[in-house]
Write a protein that binds this ligand. Structure first.
Ligand SMILES: CC(C)(COP(=O)(O)OP(=O)(O)OC[C@H]1O[C@@H](n2cnc3c(N)ncnc32)[C@H](O)[C@@H]1OP(=O)(O)O)[C@@H](O)C(=O)NCCC(=O)NCCS
Length: 171
């Protein structure tokens, strides 16, 4: 069975919905055939890190019911994408990306709107996201679409070796 059939049936929050501002752009869950384009987009956006294995991240996000990869596509070209998911309490997003050739055209807002709708459709009422200190310039984008800074410090702890990753490259 193709991974394309694993879920998303009846997913009205992000099922090939055309963008209101540009009806030629569809926002939908990623398919198997999107993976090479996703990797190209994330590479062009500077989001590929040696300590994360993006193909594994895509497969993992698409596997379960509480996460997915959403894409905005026009004529077969991936213009924006992200991973969205929730942990039963809060929602989050990763790999938020818009084609560098089309920045400032509303693609980032479009794909974030789709992520928010995906979460709301699953009963989630708040989205937390992380921004790397090396990428603080992007905070203006998030503020423009309604996000505020919390008085929190993000902590993390690896729980097991990451799959398919060179341990020498792990941060
Ligand atoms: C962040 C990103 C997705 C924004 O995509 P985009 O398509 O250019 O964003 P939009 O056109 O939808 O912009 C939405 C609003 O944010 C503003 N905005 C976008 N990027 C901004 C920035 N770097 N600084 C300040 N404001 C910004 C826009 O002016 C617009 O404001 P408006 O609605 O008031 O006019 C894109 O720049 C990107 O892919 N960056 C590289 C990857 C990245 O850093 N991802 C985030 C990881 S945390």
């Amino acid at each position: 069975m193709s991974d394309d059939t694993h879920k998303n049936a009846g997913d009205s929050a992000a099922s090939s919905a055309p963008s209101e501002s540009n009806p030629d752009i569809s926002v939908r869950p990623a398919r198997d055939a999107d993976v090479p384009g996703l990797l190209r987009l994330w590479d062009a956006c500077g989001l590929i890190r040696p300590w994360n294995h993006a193909p594994t991240d895509i497969a993992f996000a698409r596997r379960g019911p509480n996460s997915d990869v959403l894409v905005a596509e026009q004529g077969g070209a991936l213009l924006a994408a992200l991973i969205v998911g929730h942990d039963g309490h809060r929602g989050t997003v990763y790999y938020v990306s818009a084609d560098p050739a089309h920045r400032g055209e509303g693609l980032g807002r479009l794909i974030m709107d789709a992520a928010e709708a995906w979460l709301v459709a699953r009963g989630i009422w708040k989205l937390n996201l992380l921004v790397r200190k090396s990428n603080l310039g992007v905070i203006g984008f998030y503020k423009s679409i309604g996000y505020g800074e919390d008085e929190t410090v993000a902590l993390s702890k690896p729980l097991r070796p990451m799959p398919h990753v060179d341990p020498e490259a792990v941060e």
